[in-house]
Design a protein around this ligand. Structure first.
Ligand SMILES: [Zn+2]
Length: 232
């Protein structure tokens, strides 16, 4: 039994997932770029929208800060800080407002104890561990002990569960964003479509990430079958 990392036919299984992931990344970038050029009629920035929504929900203590990079926007539940990228923070486009409202949606999820978010946050450490160590431990298991193979599979399953739980968290934040933008009159009726498109494109990247992980897990199980049987 020998594992050759340069020629592993099971790798082929993962390719459709990787292609979808690449497509989703390109799509989110192009959609964001497109709606970054469409200024919302009200002319307020992403940061202002976030602050107004937070105030209206009694979450004025949540800080809204600007961070470097593009599409690096995220809500940090540990520090209760809403980090918005430069373009979103000071932008007045439909893309900026959509992303700002989405991140605000995460802050509201956190404040209201939205269950999938809590579950997701509690899975972060094991998912981080799994995404770096699951595969090496799994491979090492074939040389050392079947126990390690099992640990590798468990760790990788944790990554899959993490990405599965991420989906309702992301979809819910986006549907909150759309409702908040509409009810707060931050965007006009004919503008909401643009913000929705940006959020849908972003959601696809999470679906693609889940697909990649599911296919990876399938691949590990297939390798277990192929390599495991050869051992007998
Ligand atoms: Zn999100």
């Amino acid at each position: 039994m020998f594992y050759n990392p340069f020629f592993d036919p099971t790798m082929i299984i993962v390719i459709p997932g990787l292609l979808l992931a690449m497509y989703a990344q390109a799509k989110v970038k192009s959609t964001f770029a497109r709606y970054s050029k469409v200024t919302a009629q009200r002319g307020i920035t992403g940061a202002q929208v976030a602050r107004e929504i937070l105030q209206s929900k009694g979450l004025g203590h949540v800080d809204v800060q600007m961070i470097e990079g593009q599409l690096t926007d995220h809500y940090d539940p540990r520090t209760k800080v809403l980090n918005l990228s430069t373009q979103v923070y000071s932008g007045t486009s439909l893309a900026s407002l959509g992303v700002a409202a989405h991140e605000t949606g995460h802050a509201i999820q956190h404040a209201t104890g939205y269950l999938p978010l809590n579950l997701r946050n509690s899975l972060v450490p094991v998912a981080n561990l799994g995404s770096t160590l699951a595969f090496p431990i799994f491979i090492l298991g074939f040389f050392i002990s079947p126990e390690l193979i099992r640990i590798g599979l468990y760790l990788f399953s944790a990554v899959v569960i993490f990405q599965l739980v991420t989906l309702p968290v992301e979809f819910n934040a986006s549907s909150r964003a759309v409702a908040l933008l509409e009810s707060g009159d931050f965007v006009a009726r004919d503008e909401i479509g643009g913000a929705k498109k940006v959020l849908s494109a972003a959601a696809l990247t999470y679906v693609a990430a889940l697909l990649v992980s599911l296919l990876q897990l399938l691949r590990l199980l297939l390798m277990l079958g192929l390599l495991g049987n050869r051992d007998d």
